[in-house]
Design a protein around this ligand. Structure first.
Ligand code: NAI
Ligand code: MG
Length: 366
């Protein structure tokens, strides 16, 4: 049977960029004999319009069954005044929560042709390809006790950093599994010098490494030093695994090493299913971009690279993922640019659909 993929285009530019991914999926079926059992559903505002809820139980069930979910984006001004319980982002939050997606993957990848876009020196970022794995469902954003309390005659704000051994183990496994599909190298970041949770984090990651992944190279770094090293020489890293808070900061910083929002894919992974594949949701980092929706201006590359991640991490098609990324690189090297990749004075941008066609043509030539 073919691997199954649920496509949820969502709102705004979501359906526009997803149409380009569909061309690529079609190409893989026609030309590489790589077929997917593709189904499609609604999420976000469009689901609210059709069903009065940002995600139906039926679509939720489907998401639990498939090998991977690919989502466009949700939201838009039309839905800003809706009640919190039916807001578009609640659909996305429900998917993440019920699929228990505890490992958030944020690659920082810099195509040579776009190295000038980065705020860093060209040789620091050109060819950069690293992956930050952020623990997403625990840590200081969720730990109890939390709240603002009266203490003496003043208020005190409290959050608790709390990690159980099993929470650390499972995200460490996600990182080591990814490393095996990449360059076999993991750097774990915490603050074991000043935090109890950091001491446990370092110990548990080391134990998982020793018992289950001795073939992968593991190093540890304090997260503040890691932030510095990420800016100084990011190419020293391959996979970085870290907690929710540090991962939030480090992944946003790393994203900016590479330039435009229209280029950034992401994935969220959960526990392995019966077939050994992790539960997985792939999506571009960007939102529904209402300011350019419906105008054919959106850059489809973030969504296309999200599909490349699905090829590599859900479908064990690393060679085909390489092929797709190389096609993107080729098109960029040829100077094909959507408006977001041209800056202020940009001339001759291509449309969303022209970018998709160019990538298919580059695949064809590969
Ligand atoms: P946004 O990411 O939608 O847009 C920010 C800016 O980047 C805009 O100027 C937009 O035109 C540009 N941009 C984004 N993606 C682009 C692409 N592929 N090609 C070219 N330009 C692109 O973030 P914003 O404006 O803060 O939010 C808009 C809506 O999206 C809101 O309703 C928000 O809640 C929602 N949103 C949804 C997310 C998701 O579905 N995961 C994530 C972030 C925001
Ligand atoms: Mg953030």
């Amino acid at each position: 049977t073919n691997p199954s993929l649920l496509i949820l285009p969502g709102d705004g530019i979501g359906p526009e960029v997803m149409a380009e991914v569909r061309k690529i999926i079609g190409w893989y079926g026609d030309k590489r004999g790589l077929n997917f059992d593709v189904s499609e559903g609604l999420v976000g505002g469009c689901s609210y319009d059709a069903h009065g809820t940002p995600l139906t139980d039926e679509t939720m069930e489907k998401a639990q069954e498939v090998d991977a979910v690919l989502l466009g984006a949700v939201g838009g001004p039309k839905y800003d005044d809706l009640d919190f319980s039916v807001k578009p982002e609640r659909g996305l939050l429900r998917l993440r929560k019920e699929m228990d997606l505890y490992a958030n993957l944020r690659p920082a990848q810099c195509f040579d042709a776009l190295a000038d876009f980065s705020s860093l020196k060209k040789d620091v970022v050109a060819g950069l390809d690293i992956m930050i794995v952020r623990e997403l469902t625990s840590g200081i954003y969720f730990g109890e006790p939390r709240g603002i309390f009266e203490e003496g005659n003043e208020r005190v704000g409290i959050n608790t950093q709390r990690y159980t051994e099993s929470e650390i183990e499972r995200v460490a496994r996600s990182a080591f599994e990814l490393a095996r599909k990449r360059n076999n190298k993991v750097c774990s970041m915490e603050k074991a010098n000043v935090m109890e949770s950091g001491i446990l984090w370092r110990a548990v990651v080391s134990e998982v490494h020793e018992k289950e992944y001795p073939d992968v190279e593991l190093s540890h770094m304090y997260a503040d030093a890691g932030a510095m090293q990420l800016c100084r020489w990011p190419k020293q890293f391959d996979v970085i695994v870290t907690d929710n808070l540090f991962g939030d900061l480090l992944s946003d910083a790393a994203a900016m090493l590479t330039g435009s929002l229209g280029m950034l894919p992401s994935a969220s992974l959960g526990a392995p299913m019966a077939n050994g594949r992790p539960k997985a949701l792939y999506e571009p980092v960007h939102g529904s971009a209402p300011d350019i929706a419906g105008q054919g201006k959106a850059n489809p590359i973030a969504c296309i690279l999200s599909f490349a991640m699905a090829l590599r991490y859900s479908f064990d098609e690393g060679t085909e993922a390489d092929r797709l990324e190389a096609a993107v690189e080729k098109v960029l090297a040829d100077g094909v640019r959507t408006a977001d990749l041209l800056g202020e004075e940009g001339v001759n941008p291509v449309s969303t659909s022209e970018m998709g066609d160019a990538i298919v043509a580059a695949l064809e030539a590969s």
